[in-house]
Design a protein around this ligand. Structure first.
Ligand SMILES: Nc1nc2c(ncn2[C@@H]2O[C@H](COP(=O)(O)OP(=O)(O)OP(=O)(O)O)[C@@H](O)[C@H]2O)c(=O)[nH]1
Ligand SMILES: [Mg+2]
Length: 284
């Protein structure tokens, strides 16, 4: 049986941990079992039950306090992630093997992990060896996406994660509940962006010719890939959570090989009902 994984990535504060707890609650309501693994060695609190926590293996504070290493918070995190990459056996033991595993990995927010450091790619390869079908879920904060320049930088971050990890990726714009009605309308054009009209909007205000040319080439590159779209996520709206989940399930083909299971409520009172049914027919 294949196993399923979501690698929840994105810049610091984009809402990764909140996304994981929202998904857990949503899946619980649907009667689906979903587990979460915390992969952020600097995490302090999260509001979901964890199946495994990287801090059991290594913690950023310990690395920073180590006299011989003397790392700051970012160097400390990179050190922790490299240590993790050399100790995947810890993850293998923690994951165990449950039938129809579906695991969310809550990743750290340092963007360099997704753009040029090898650890996330190594993690993906390892998960694939353990028969996981992995979908990248890249989150960006909608608050920072309402202007075209910020949007272009967000889209480039999502694109570089997509290219370096080589897995299907769903990009999600989070915190839509915080936007005003006007801003929501405004952001619609960024969900499925037409980069060429964005070039016109954004380059008009630029004075430097070279900068204009560079912006045009970047927009052209994004458009050539044609793979960067965003799904809006409003955590207060079940329908929007469901749409995101359906897109992810579709990319990893979740549900195709699932065995039929009796719904929980029915299991308890199944036997009396079935017994009664047969009893009635025997009596006839
Ligand atoms: N209103 C609203 N707030 C959100 C949402 N998602 C996250 N937040 C808030 O944004 C802040 C950061 O959220 P986190 O889930 O911790 O973000 P993160 O990406 O895990 O952050 P790091 O792990 O530090 O990189 C918290 O104060 C959350 O309450 C959302 O959908 N709506
Ligand atoms: Mg977090």
């Amino acid at each position: 049986m294949p196993r399923y994984a979501q690698l929840v990535m994105g810049p610091a504060g984009s809402g990764k941990s909140t996304y994981c707890s929202t998904m857990v609650q949503h899946c619980e309501a649907l009667g689906r079992a979903v587990q979460v693994v915390n992969l952020d060695p600097a995490a302090e609190l999260f509001s979901y039950p964890v199946m495994a926590d990287i801090r059991e293996l290594i913690e950023v504070d310990d690395v920073m306090e180590d006299e011989s290493l003397r790392f700051g918070p970012n160097g400390g995190l990179v050190f922790c992630m490299e240590y993790f990459a050399n100790n995947f056996s810890w993850l293998e033991e923690s994951l165990g093997h449950v039938e129809d595993d579906y695991v969310l990995f809550d990743c750290p927010g340092q963007i360099e992990l997704y753009t040029h450091l090898p650890v996330m790619k190594q993690l993906v390869e390892q998960l694939q060896q353990w028969e996981f079908r992995v979908c990248g879920v890249f989150l960006v904060d909608s608050q920072f996406m309402v202007e075209s320049f910020k949007f272009i930088s967000g889209i480039l971050a999502a694109l570089s994660a997509m290219i370096s990890l080589e897995i299907p990726q769903i990009n999600v714009m989070t915190k839509m509940d915080l936007l005003s009605k006007k801003a929501k309308k405004e952001i619609e054009k960024y969900l499925d962006p037409d980069m060429y009209s964005m070039i016109e909007d954004s380059t008009n205000i630029l004075k430097s010719k070279r900068f204009k040319k560079l912006t045009k080439s970047i927009c052209g590159l994004i458009d050539d890939y044609g793979m960067v779209r965003f799904l809006p996520l409003d955590r207060s709206d079940e329908e929007s959570i469901n749409i995101v989940l359906q897109h992810i399930d579709f990319t990893i083909q979740y549900g195709e090989d699932l065995e039929f299971k009796e719904p929980k409520e029915c299991e308890e009172d199944k036997s009396p009902l079935v017994d009664e049914y047969f009893q009635d027919h025997v009596d006839e």
